[in-house]
Design a protein around this ligand. Structure first.
Ligand code: TXA
Ligand code: MG
Length: 466
């Protein structure tokens, strides 16, 4: 459906809106991690489920990030997701399911409608952080038994589906018996939420959210990997898969799963023979980059509101060009605030533990009254060229050898620095001036981390330090 068609549908739905009236402030529903579920969690799930069945919005935890959920079968409910987030209506949503039977109900042809190449991926990675895009336009198959709203798919001839592994997400889907359309529960363009507090700060008041199911911090911390299926029917080649968005399941793990299932590239074939291609690593398409369904190409993403993000990359002195050695990190951070409007600029450093421990500050103290053990106040001698002494606060991204730690911490760190209150008396400003994020290796989930970090930095060039 084209822009005008969507607009007409949207107006029609708005006119017929009758049902759920959300509270002014979203209700925070507590849970415990007890298994089997205890009475408190059951009661929270039942309240959340009632809101969803009445057509309302509930934010819920998944293993990746918190989702802003509504019934995927109701256009009215799905529309309120777009309204709450301020999300462009041409950017489709992922539908969350709890069982394979639910999948078969949502796609043409049912069980037989699952592309062959998806079968090993579903077996290995569901439930988990993998979203698969299924074609909806098959004229030869039986139509789906439950129809996903066109508002959810933004009129695309396909639907993205994922089975999350978080027990609360699964329990909520089962309890409500609804496939849940759910984008990340942040305001559009802000970093994705990995705690209930993040959701509350973006959507807690006056955004139409009924409740937030509080399941504590998310384990993975970056969103699911989005994989598309490209049929060979048109060009007579072989079917292939495309990673449109790097995420919680790494490209390496997808590749090796396909290979184990007998779908690998033959050894003599290079990229062209691959059964799975990663967007930006193995292929790029100008036409595709204009589409809203190519994650993050058309829209601004992950940007803090008050702080500027700069990516910094550690270059080993032994590998750097000796005559042109990059500056030290301390020089770099002073230079980054030289033209700052503030007299007392603040710099947030999101660094790996290895880089942090190589810095040798003259003092390192846990950051005042912060409950976060990841954050410290650092002091360094001032470089000669700099007239100012910025306040320097570090936040650990974890070990560079364990990219899943950076994945868990990236969004939380961006939000932490972006909302850090000013210490100056009477100033009600929020956010540090500059957040410097250290680049991590782009293997495993590190690829997803760097993709998010680059978008947060607005595509600005990386700065090297030695
Ligand atoms: O981990 C996640 O995926 C989280 C949690 C809540 O499940 N959800 C999430 O949703 O990240 P969202 O809306 O922030 O990102 C969904 C991405 C978008 O980039 C969208 O363009 C793409 O998936 N997408 C959805 N349906 C699609 C379709 N039919 N074709 C192509 N891309 C699609
Ligand atoms: Mg999102």
């Amino acid at each position: 459906m084209k822009g005008r068609g969507l607009q007409l549908l949207r107006n029609k739905i708005l006119r017929s809106m009758t049902t759920y009236t959300p509270p002014a402030q979203a209700v925070l529903l507590p849970t415990t991690s007890a298994s089997p579920l205890d009475e408190l969690t059951k009661s929270s799930l039942s309240q959340a489920s009632s809101i969803l069945q009445a057509g309302g919005l509930v934010a819920f935890p998944t293993e990746t990030v918190y989702g802003l959920g509504a019934s995927a079968l109701s256009s009215t409910a799905a529309l309120s997701i777009f309204e709450a987030k301020g999300r462009p209506s041409d950017n489709p949503l992922i539908v969350h399911i709890a069982t394979l039977d639910m999948l078969y109900d949502l796609i043409p042809g049912g069980k037989a409608g699952v592309p062959l190449l998806y079968e090993p991926l579903i077996k290995k990675f569901w439930p988990g952080p993998l979203s698969l895009i299924f074609p909806l336009d098959s004229s030869t198959s039986t139509p789906p038994t439950r129809l996903v709203s066109k508002v959810v798919t933004a009129g695309q001839p396909s639907v993205a589906i994922r089975m999350p592994s978080h027990p609360l997400a699964l329990a909520l889907i089962v309890e409500s018996n609804l496939p849940l359309a759910a984008p990340s529960a942040n305001l559009s363009s802000r970093p994705s939420p990995t705690t209930a507090e993040h959701v509350q700060s973006d959507l807690g008041e006056g955004r139409g959210l009924g409740a937030i199911l509080d399941g504590g911090p998310c384990l993975v911390g970056v969103e699911s990997t989005v994989v598309d299926f490209v049929s060979s029917k048109k060009d007579g080649g072989q079917d292939e898969l495309r990673v449109l968005r790097a995420g919680g399941v790494s490209a390496e793990d997808l590749e090796s799963c396909l290979k184990d299932a007998g779908f690998g590239a033959k050894s003599e074939e290079k990229v062209n023979g691959q059964r799975i291609k990663v967007y930006q690593r193995d292929f790029r398409e100008e036409e595709m980059e204009k589409k809203p369904t190519t994650p993050g190409m058309k829209y601004k993403h992950y940007a803090p509101t008050n702080s500027r993000v700069v990516l910094v990359r550690h270059v080993l002195a032994s590998t750097a060009n000796k005559s042109n050695l990059p500056p030290s990190l301390v020089d770099l951070l002073h230079a980054s605030v030289l033209s700052s409007a503030s007299d007392q600029p603040r710099v947030g450093l999101m660094l790996t533990t290895e880089t942090l421990s190589s810095l040798h500050p003259t003092s390192l103290t846990p950051f005042p009254t912060s409950s976060s053990t990841l954050s410290h106040l650092l002091t360094f001698p001032k470089p000669e060229f700099s007239p100012i002494s910025p306040t320097i606060i570090s936040y650990s991204l974890g070990s560079s050898a364990i990219p899943s730690e950076a994945a868990q911490r990236l969004f939380a760190g961006l939000r932490y620095f972006d909302s850090l209150p000013s210490e100056e008396d009477g100033a009600d400003e929020l956010g540090v001036d500059v957040i410097m994020v250290e680049c991590v290796e782009e293997t495993g989930v590190g690829l997803a981390v760097m993709e998010r970090a680059r978008k947060a930095a607005g595509g600005m060039q990386e700065l090297e330090f030695s």
